[in-house]
Design a protein around this ligand. Structure first.
Ligand code: SF4
Length: 675
């Protein structure tokens, strides 16, 4: 736990609204009722131990809404974000400004730290001693341009070590992931602080120590999941966690618990072990890789409901060979520093054993599928992911910590129940009001291990925007239902007319790369005076910069634009959405989750596909209004939003803009705004 504040006895601790007002005044902002309501609710949750879901619209200032009560809490508070962009904003902007503003009131500067996974920091052992090659020998710098990039990173890491810098990936000179791997290690490859001679200077170790002494620790969803659910201790002890961008939590936790296996992975582990093991175990693993290749290549991409005999036998063979190989590694002689090449090789085999054992067992709680990769990357690969994450979240996180979930989008279909259920809370456990209708009646996790009730509250602190006056939601009811891939001519015509009326200034959010490219091509051809930027033509930050710089530009793209873009002002007057973003029917994990919900007596389509689509739609529509001055149109070119039975559920998840299906009304409104 952090050190108790020495000056606290002398300075009376302010109340939450008071400290929030001090912070807001010092930062030059205005009091926002939603922010005050949020801060008080968060403080209450921290003192009662009840979980809290807070929906706080864009512009509420939600980071101060949880940071202020966190600084007044007696013990350490962890804040977890989904994206690097928000983590950056907190650590580089919001927290330093807040700390400066509240230090006089608190009588001490509150301490804070940022904590990332080990591979996000440069490893000084690897920087100074080199990296093991495929034969398991330590090598120096690879040749060619990659070599010069590695040298640049090494020089930067040494300079960071000398001046006590963070040594993390985000503050490093520009580099590719491949080059970064030459100067970093994952937690299995690390020699361990007790045995590494550079541990005292080690960036990851220093970050861990700083976090252990801090009141506030900022981390990400994945690290939180690995620490809490997988039980790998990464984060110093805490009792309260605030999960920002909470609408992303279950996807990030799923991602952190997904394992992949390809034949080149097995071959590499065998090759790297050969030099360290005298007997035949490494060769046996290489032979098992051949069997696995035959078995995987025979499979068609897609979900495996049951494990085919050939594949099951091949997995068992790799697992057994990996187990035997682990035992064949010579024991480390105590005391001295271990051989890093051997540590890495053994770590790879260990990882392989865990993955193949999980896949060979094909447990009830897992979904297994074959994914297609191009030949140059070794052909098909096997993937395994948890069927659901609400069980582990409930059992491993919610039963032992107080959790505050917050996001601009937590109410799906008009209530919290869909999101609450997906993260392990039961609608019936909500204590602040009775439950009516909605998804709560459809299904509740029947097999949640923790029977202890976990009380929670949900509040929507609203938004400072007047959506009904600032935005129009247009549904193109007259269009045909969109096809799965690509666009039909009627959709293309509609896009061209809308973009033309808006004078560019359009963010196009498409459900497939093919549709985005087709739209970009058509608009370029028919409206040649406009600049059309398409995802994939440059990196996203570069595209966003160009989009903002040219007020008449359009930016067309797919999923990462749905959530990651913040462009206030004149740049974006029209958000185009080509179709309701349901998961693809051949998505193995989503279809397995849908079937499981059906089997449990619920409505799989509503709980999985519609919830997924509603969250994305809300995020996409949320790109339009970013300030109280913004005005514009969200145009959905999928008539099902108003004609299908589930349309009402999706509409209830969207910001309350003025709604119309009248094309002419919208073209005129865009004409007035576009000028
Ligand atoms: S402790 Fe681990 S990460 Fe740190 S320098 Fe040593 S090997 Fe690298």
């Amino acid at each position: 736990m952090p050190d108790p504040a020495p000056a606290e006895t002398a300075t009376e601790r302010p109340a939450v609204p008071e400290l929030l007002a001090t912070a807001v005044a010092a930062l030059g902002g205005q009091e926002r009722p939603g922010q005050v309501q949020m801060a008080e609710a968060v403080a209450r949750a921290m003192s009662t131990g009840e979980h809290l879901l807070v929906q706080a619209g864009t512009g509420t200032g939600k980071s101060l809404g949880y940071l202020v009560p966190a600084l007044l809490h007696d013990d350490r508070v962890v804040v977890a974000t989904a994206t690097l962009a928000l983590q950056h904003q907190l650590v580089e902007r919001d927290i330093p400004a807040l700390v400066e503003a509240v230090t006089p009131s608190l009588g001490r500067p509150p301490s804070y730290a940022v904590l990332k996974g080990r591979s996000n920091y440069a490893c000084l052992h690897r920087v100074r001693e080199g990296v093991p090659d495929d034969q398991g020998t330590l090598v120096d710098v690879p040749e060619g341009s990659m070599g010069s990039e590695v040298l640049k990173l090494r020089a930067w890491a040494e300079e960071q070590a000398e001046r006590g810098g963070p040594g993390d990936k985000d503050s490093a000179p520009k580099h590719t992931d491949r080059v970064w791997r030459q100067v970093s290690v994952n937690h299995r490859e690390c020699l361990g602080a007790a045995r590494c001679r550079f541990a005292e200077e080690c960036f990851a170790e220093r970050a861990k120590h700083k976090a252990a002494e801090s009141q506030l620790v900022v981390t990400n969803h994945s690290l939180l999941a690995i620490d809490a659910i997988e039980g790998v201790p990464m984060i110093p002890e805490y009792d309260v966690v605030v999960i920002d961008e909470a609408h992303e939590l279950s996807a990030r936790v799923t991602q952190a618990a997904t394992d992949e296996l390809s034949v080149p992975d097995v071959e590499r582990a065998a090759r790297r072990s050969q030099r360290h093991v005298d007997s035949s175990e490494a060769d046996d693993l290489a032979d098992a890789a051949d069997r696995l290749r035959d078995a995987i290549e025979d499979q068609r991409p897609g979900r495996l409901d049951s494990l085919p005999t050939d594949l099951g036998d091949a997995l068992a063979l790799v697992r057994d060979a990996a187990r035997a190989l682990i035992s064949a590694f010579p024991k480390e002689s105590g005391g001295g520093e271990p051989d890093p090449a051997r540590t890495q090789a053994r770590g790879m085999v260990q990882e392989l054993f865990v993955t193949t054992e999980r896949m060979a067992e094909n447990r009830d709680g897992d979904v297994l599928w074959v994914a297609e990769r191009d030949r140059s990357r070794g052909g098909n690969q096997l993937c395994v992911a948890p069927l659901q994450v609400w069980g582990p979240l409930r059992d491993k996180l919610l039963t032992s910590k107080t959790v505050v979930f917050t996001s601009a989008t937590l109410m799906i279909g008009g209530d919290f129940n869909g999101v609450a259920t997906s993260i392990g809370l039961k609608p019936a456990e909500r204590v602040d009001h009775s439950i009516e209708g909605g998804l709560d009646e459809l299904d509740q996790p029947a097999a949640v291990a923790s029977a202890e009730p976990l009380p929670w509250r949900g509040i929507d602190v609203g938004s400072p925007f007047d959506y009904a006056k600032q935005g129009i939601l247009y549904v193109a009811r007259h269009l045909p239902q969109p096809g799965r891939d690509g666009l039909q001519p009627a959709h293309v015509d509609e896009i061209v007319d809308l973009v033309d009326a808006a004078g560019g200034r359009t963010l196009g959010l498409f459900s497939s790369r093919r549709a985005a490219e087709a739209a970009a091509g058509a608009v370029r051809e028919r409206l040649p005076h406009l600049t059309i930027l398409a995802q994939g033509e440059a990196q996203l930050p570069e595209l966003a910069r160009l989009f903002v710089e040219d007020p008449h530009a359009c930016l067309f793209g797919t999923l990462s634009l749905w959530q990651g873009l913040d462009v206030p002002g004149d740049t974006c007057r029209l958000v185009l959405i080509d179709r309701i973003p349901f998961p693809r029917p051949d998505d193995p994990l989503m279809s397995a989750r849908q079937k499981a919900a059906d089997r449990a007596g619920g409505n799989g389509f509503m709980q999985v596909a519609a919830t997924h689509a509603a969250l994305l739609l809300a995020q996409g529509a949320g790109r339009l209004i970013r300030t109280t001055e913004d005005k514009g149109v969200v145009a959905v070119l999928d008539p099902r939003l108003v004609t299908a039975r589930y349309g009402g559920y999706l509409l209830a998840s969207l910001p309350p803009m003025w709604r119309t299906t009248e094309r002419e009304v919208v073209l005129k409104a865009l004409g007035r705004l576009g000028g």
